[in-house]
Write a protein that binds this ligand. Structure first.
Ligand SMILES: Cc1ncc(COP(=O)(O)O)c(C=O)c1O
Length: 495
């Protein structure tokens, strides 16, 4: 039945003699997925059915499925079959391969902008509930009742100011509260006038790119780095200068040796994403010195720096620079709710008006009611309380993950020495490939992402990204148990 339902829509070309069968099937299936002929979440026919239908060896089909699995195009559910992944790697990694031009048979051809042609596709729908070890904050532990009370109080008392259009820099009392919070918690040196409320770090970076970069401008970024960040620079397109990350953060010496004079340097000093390392003070000073000599702006991505489980946080880079060349950006997405889409950007004084104007001309401002609720949540001490509770909870979950891995996978999957954030990296030993382990783990309902997906250009050691924040100790132990089985399977296959 599945065969009848799916094979006609697949519309694969007939195998041709110019390509080996393996390449033919791989390319046809991948193209069908990217072009949407095989939709996300769609079940594929079994390997046996495909093999019979096209008259090819079943082993060939199995190998192609395994490859597409490993690359993230397919996912498996034990006993349920093989499905097109809900999130494709191309959503994150590369500019579009499927640049589309709208066809208009009777008239001249309609075209899209260069920007549109470089776009990939957006993930559809919402994510299913988290399963170990997808990196997410714990939504179950968010004090939603308190938020609802604060929000309805704001609504009941809403003045004209809250209900009408607002300053594109953001709701003034929230900017004041954010400036105070950042001064106390992150060592920032800033006035409320420098704060611009944005929808999150991604939005802050988008405005920064619009204001500071032209196509072809050199941008230095950490390698590895968040795929969306790299994609945002690529789409301009900026000239990427990826720089390796060592124990102290972005390797400024290695960057200088490239003699590249970047216009913008993007860093995550609080804890490097995704490796989790904190940039040392000497490295921060070297980075600022290099930025000054090169005439570069620095974008400081301070995502979820609130979560530190040991030691004292190092103040933000912006504080070392008195805010002259650093654009600092933080977010409430990870620390509160990803769905809230509120964050803040602290601009050097000379750029504040430009940021406000860019916000005004693009989408005016964030919802004033949400900003007012956020402001009361901060001022009323709820934010601080939530962070303190989560720090304790997440810290204990990270410890559970470390214990479970030590018990079941010591020497096979060793955790990076992270003491911050909501995810960490497990380094694979004994010649294991991260993509193969992630693939086997997915079939056992365990979600991990190979570190190589975060590489800009570096060849990285084999590692797996493991989120721990929303999972109870029992879920973590079970997840590690299944991960150990997946590792076992990979080792047996290799043997
Ligand atoms: C390192 C890093 N930067 C930026 C972002 C985007 O943040 P926001 O959701 O605030 O736009 C994320 C989100 O995961 C991230 O991990």
């Amino acid at each position: 039945m599945a065969l009848k339902a799916v094979l006609p829509d697949l519309a694969l070309s007939v195998p041709d003699s110019r390509r080996p069968l393996w390449t033919w099937l791989y390319e046809e299936l991948r193209t069908a997925i990217l072009e949407g002929r095989l939709r996300r979440g769609r079940r594929l026919p079994s390997t046996r059915q495909l093999a019979e239908h096209y008259g090819i060896a079943r082993g060939t089909v199995v190998t192609v499925f395994e490859q597409l699995h490993a690359e993230g195009y397919l996912e498996g559910k034990v006993g349920a079959g093989t499905f097109v992944s809900q999130r494709l790697p191309d959503d994150y990694l590369t500019p579009a391969r499927r640049a589309r031009v709208a066809s208009n048979p009777r008239g001249r051809q309609r075209t899209l902008s260069d920007f549109a042609q470089r776009l990939g596709s957006a993930p559809e729908g919402t994510l299913p509930p988290p399963r170990a070890f997808r990196p997410e904050p714990s939504l179950d532990d968010f004090p939603i009742d308190t938020w609802a009370q604060v929000s309805s109080r704001c609504l009941r008392r809403a003045t004209r100011n809250l209900l009408s259009d607002s300053d594109s820099r953001g709701y003034r009392p929230l900017r004041q509260a954010v400036a105070e919070y950042l001064g106390a918690a992150r060592g920032l040196r800033c006035e409320p006038e420098q704060v611009v409320i944005v929808s999150g770090i991604q939005h802050g970076l988008d405005l920064t790119i619009r204001l500071l970069l032209n196509a072809g401008d050199p941008v230095c970024l950490e390698d590895p780095c968040h795929p969306i960040v790299a994609a945002m620079f690529r789409i301009l397109p900026a000239k990427l200068i990826p720089v390796i990350v060592d124990e102290q953060g972005l390797d400024v010496g290695a960057a200088e040796r490239q003699r590249c004079r970047p216009k913008l340097i993007y860093v995550t000093p609080a804890h490097q994403y995704p490796l989790g390392r904190t940039m040392s003070v000497s490295r921060r000073l070297a980075l600022l010195d290099w930025a000054r000599r090169s005439g570069a702006w620095v974008f400081e991505d301070d995502y979820d720096s609130e979560y530190r489980y040991a030691g004292r946080p190092i103040p933000a880079l912006q504080g070392f620079d008195a805010g002259r060349s650093v654009i600092f950006c933080g977010s409430f997405s990870k620390v509160l709710l990803p769905g809230l889409r509120l964050g803040y950007l602290v601009a050097p004084p000379e750029l504040v008006d430009k940021f406000a104007a860019a916000r005004f001309i693009t989408d005016r401002h964030s919802s004033v009611l949400d900003q007012a609720t956020m402001c009361e949540f901060l001022a009323g001490g709820h934010f601080g309380r939530h962070i303190r509770r989560m720090r304790e909870l997440y810290g204990s979950r990270l410890a559970s993950l470390r214990d479970a891995l030590q018990t079941k996978l010591a020497g096979v999957l060793d955790l990076e020495d992270t003491e911050a954030g909501i995810l960490t990296v497990g380094w694979l030993g004994r010649g294991l490939r991260a993509s193969a382990v992630a693939h086997s783990a997915a079939a056992m309902n365990v979600e991990t992402v190979p570190l190589e997906r975060f590489a800009v250009q570096a060849r990285l050691p084999e590692g797996l990204i493991l989120g721990f924040a929303p999972y109870h100790a029992r879920q973590i132990r079970e997840g590690v148990g299944r991960l150990a089985q997946a590792v076992d399977l990979c080792r047996r296959k290799r043997a």
